[in-house]
Ligand binder design. Sequence first.
Ligand SMILES: C[S@@+](CC[C@H](N)C(=O)[O-])C[C@H]1O[C@@H](n2cnc3c(N)ncnc32)[C@H](O)[C@@H]1O
Length: 398
Amino acid sequence: MARWAIDRYTDSGDVVLDPMVGSGTTMVEAVLAGRQAWGADIDPLARLIAQVKATPIDPLAFANAAQEVGRLLDNGALDDGWRPTIAQLDRWFRSDVASDLSAIRVAITRVDTTPEVKSILWVAFSSLIVARTSVANARDLVHSRHHYRAWEFDPDAIGRFKGKLRQFQKLFKEYAELLGPQSQSVPRALIVGSDARKLDVPSSSAQLVFTSPPYGSALDYTRAHIFAVAWMPEVLGTDPEAYRLLGREYVGSERAPMNEAGRTKGVPPQTGLVETDAVLANLADHRERAWIVYRYFRDMTVVLREAFRVVKPGGHVVLVVCPSNIRKIIIPTPDLLTEAIRSLDLSDGIPNVVGLHQRTLHERRRVMPYLESAFGVRMRTEYVLIARKAPLAVGVVK
Ligand SMILES: C[S@@+](CC[C@H](N)C(=O)[O-])C[C@H]1O[C@@H](n2cnc3c(N)ncnc32)[C@H](O)[C@@H]1O
């Protein structure tokens, strides 16, 4: 879908921005299409992954680094005594796993290679921890909270790490091949910011903003990533405590609105948007949920205002979104975001919603089927919402 929007709404050399870039799909597609790829994400691990995934590297430099890391680990003389600050570390990590992770950290630090290749090694390291099959004593860290599941045997973190490096080498080789001879000369993929509500980039600088924002309260990214943050704080420039606090700033997070619900005792205020207020009124019996929905649309309105500031007059803002379902009440996210876009007052253009496409996800591709029985059907149909910043007519002063 990113490629479809890029081909349709931009030309070679244009800037494509994904302000909630996640693992970097939009940036990869922009680079492949010969556009300038800009990304932002509030999550430091997402920023690292997106940067790594979208940056083509010299496959030989990576192969050499992987070999050297392997050699350092095989020699077995690395200090494996470092431990992260995680409450109940021994519960979440077997001691043999903790020693292996610690040794891998030292090997990555020691290897003599470029900063780009070193970042790939760190992403491979993080993926040992944040994975469906994590080396932690936890099941499915990606999609849910930590379900404790103890390893009964040593999962061999070092062996898995080497396997990841082989897999990544193939992926980067494929990326270089797809880019062809232009591989070394493509515009660089840039991480330009963190919070999508306040981007430090000039107004009217991108031709297209394409993003798939979080779904209201579906995934708790910080809970999923906190173990990886704890194991590589210096790389991500944060620590578990600061990261936990950052969690309140995530769009779709439950913690901040629950807090607000607790403090105010009342229902959330009116937004002045007819459809949004009607949905909030339907949720009046579920006060905390109403606050979560209120916060989500309030934050998304700020994200949209920022997206329209950054996009050039005549450019497009494209969102991939899903309706959701809270306490069996449908939250028509595409309609409410359409309403939010129409309410924006821009100084240099008019935000028009020009299209709403729908596609139903294949059963097999849905990520959280086991949640359906508990919460109702989720994420069955995706919507692609297309908006355009129409230039102001000549002579109109706003
Ligand atoms: C659905 S994911 C994006 C997935 C992405 N399209 C991909 O291909 O991986 C949503 C992202 O929004 C990010 N996010 C949440 N709140 C944010 C905020 N305030 N500013 C920027 N990014 C935010 C999350 O960290 C997450 O990576």
